[in-house]
Design a protein around this ligand. Structure first.
Ligand SMILES: Nc1ncnc2c1ncn2[C@@H]1O[C@H](COP(=O)(O)OP(=O)(O)OP(=O)(O)O)[C@@H](O)[C@H]1O
Ligand SMILES: [Mg+2]
Length: 510
């Protein structure tokens, strides 16, 4: 293809970090008006390649050109000046500022009055309103960012990227915390942008979404380019096989567990917050995987966090193995054998300045101080290392070593470390909130196997999920919530997308 038809070209890009060759001679061509999906397993090098294109990393080798001319980006500002914009995988809005200030940060409009420069609030407000209106986003520009939900933060990032009038927009897992309607809105925005000739690079682990939105699919594995194909020539299977480099025949492990007697009974649970959940009663059996379905706003996370003692309740009781228990804090919950993997992992989960090992043993260390000291101090590190190594191995966490700082791991691998943190506590009841968000197909399968193993061992699992296939593929029963109410519990043949969707959108007051 003629160079003039290519906006951005990356040739033979290599990049190493201590202990990893993240990129090995990768070449890609990005064309105007087209959506290029960039796919690969966790740690394949997708974000690193895009950070090179955006001037955040300097490649060790290779050239980057735009419209046939070689460019050297020394920082993100440089890349932006050349018309490249990026929505990052890790969101970091300035929480103490409002929405419009976050959009125009670094470019805040000013006006002169009385010989001084003032922030032009009105212009900023109007510009933000116009931008949101064009994109169909419904957020008040004056809201403080700290008050926004994760999905609104993501829409904010998208709007900011668009506001630069970029020629290339890189989206690193833009839909990971969007609801289905919001994702549709994003696709609509993408189509508008491509119609104007903007090139999109789209990173996602959701294959259904990729097949729907992209024109071309670029696949990477272990820092290398596997190839690039028109999306129309690919299917779910061919994409998966090329990503993992082997045949993946199964998406879910074979169901061998048998739910037994009552394990956890939650009765009349009502949040102290009147706009959250009300009057929820359900039972979890030993050796059961209970799926929780619902739309965003259904209050599923709030319910689980309340059971775990993180949020106050107005009424309700919890019985574990037939005995009533009082859970007022996460410490109480852990003592009663519960573990909760939260949804907003980056905000409430990882500690970036600590190593993979420190992050992994954190909960175990505070819940059971003797485990790592046991009298003889020198044993301590050995056990910690062994514990960390065990889950690095069983979840195939891609890291040079357990002493590596967790912030140097790819997004998906950071999540696996957090799952390891909870597994080390050997919980009887494991609550997972969107456990496979941002996780690649191979690792998803490993997490499903772990759930199956736990259920076989007579432990119980609660899984909040917005992904229909996983709710249907893994759950013994699916409890569906709608606007803070329990709208139904499905079992066996009744677990279908249609029934879940129906219950997720309506409820009857008993
Ligand atoms: N700043 C860094 N320091 C050290 N290693 C890094 C750094 N950034 C990335 N890596 C390593 O480079 C490799 C590629 O990471 P990258 O984040 O590009 O993966 P990814 O394909 O985006 O994965 P995911 O789907 O999990 O987001 C990983 O092994 C990661 O640990
Ligand atoms: Mg990434």
């Amino acid at each position: 293809m003629e160079n003039s038809q290519i906006v951005l070209k990356m040739e033979n890009i290599s990049k190493s970090f201590p202990g990893v060759k993240a990129l090995d001679e990768v070449s890609i061509s990005i064309k105007p008006g087209r959506v290029h999906a960039l796919m690969g397993e966790n740690g394949a090098g997708k974000s690193t390649l895009m950070k090179c294109a955006f001037g955040l990393y300097h490649p060790d080798q290779g050239t980057i050109s735009m419209y046939g001319e070689t460019v050297h980006f020394t920082c993100a500002r440089d890349a932006m000046d050349h018309g490249i914009s990026m929505i990052h995988q890790e969101l970091h809005p300035v929480k103490t500022r409002n929405v419009m200030e976050n959009i125009w940060i670094g470019r805040i409009p000013h006006r002169k009055a009385m010989g001084m420069k003032w922030v032009n609030e009105r212009k900023m407000y109007e510009d933000t309103r116009a931008l949101f209106q064009e994109l169909g986003i419904d957020i008040n520009p004056r809201t403080m960012v700290g008050e926004l939900s994760v999905s609104h933060c993501q829409l904010l990032e998208i709007a900011r990227a668009v506001s630069y009038n970029a020629k290339v927009i890189i989206m690193d897992e833009p839909t990971s915390s969007l609801t289905e309607t919001e994702a549709e809105l994003l696709f609509h925005i993408i189509r508008k942008l491509t119609a104007q000739g903007v090139a999109i690079i789209y990173i996602s682990h959701k294959i259904e979404e990729i097949l729907k939105i992209s024109d071309e699919v670029i696949i990477m594995r272990d820092g290398r380019l596997i190839g690039s194909w028109p999306a129309s020539e690919l299917t779910m299977e061919t994409i998966v096989n090329r990503m993992v480099g082997r045949e993946m025949t199964q998406r879910f492990p074979e169901k061998k567990h048998q739910p037994g007697k009552e394990h956890l009974v939650v009765q009349n649970f009502t949040s102290a917050n009147p706009s959250s959940f009300q009057n929820i009663t359900f039972t979890l059996r030993k050796g059961e995987i209970l799926g929780i379905g619902g739309l965003v706003g259904a209050q599923r996370t709030e319910l689980m966090e309340s059971i775990f003692g993180l949020r106050p309740i107005a009424a309700g009781t919890i019985n574990i193995n037939g005995k009533e228990v009082r859970i007022k804090s996460s410490k109480d919950a852990i003592r009663h054998g519960l573990a909760l993997l939260t949804e907003e992992r980056r905000a409430t989960g990882i500690i970036p300045m600590l190593s993979v090992m420190e992050n992994m043993v954190l909960s175990k260390q505070s819940a059971d101080t003797r485990h790592y000291t046991s009298g003889r101090l020198f044993l301590r590190d050995k056990i910690r290392r062994a514990d960390a190594q065990r889950y690095v191995k069983s979840f195939s966490i891609k890291t040079p070593g357990i002493k590596t700082l967790i912030r140097n791991l790819s997004g998906g691998n950071q999540q696996k470390v957090l799952l390891g943190r909870w597994m080390l506590l050997e919980p009887d009841i494991l609550i997972l909130d969107e456990p496979t968000r941002g996780i690649d197909v191979g690792a998803k399968y490993e997490i499903y196997c772990l759930m199956e193993e736990m259920a076989q061992a007579g432990k119980s699992v609660i899984m909040i999920s917005s992904e229909m296939p996983e709710l249907m593929g893994m759950s013994d029963r699916v409890m569906v919530m709608c606007e803070g109410h329990l709208s139904g519990i499905l079992e066996g043949e009744d677990i279908t997308d249609r029934k879940i969707m129906y219950l997720a959108s309506t409820y009857e007051i008993a």
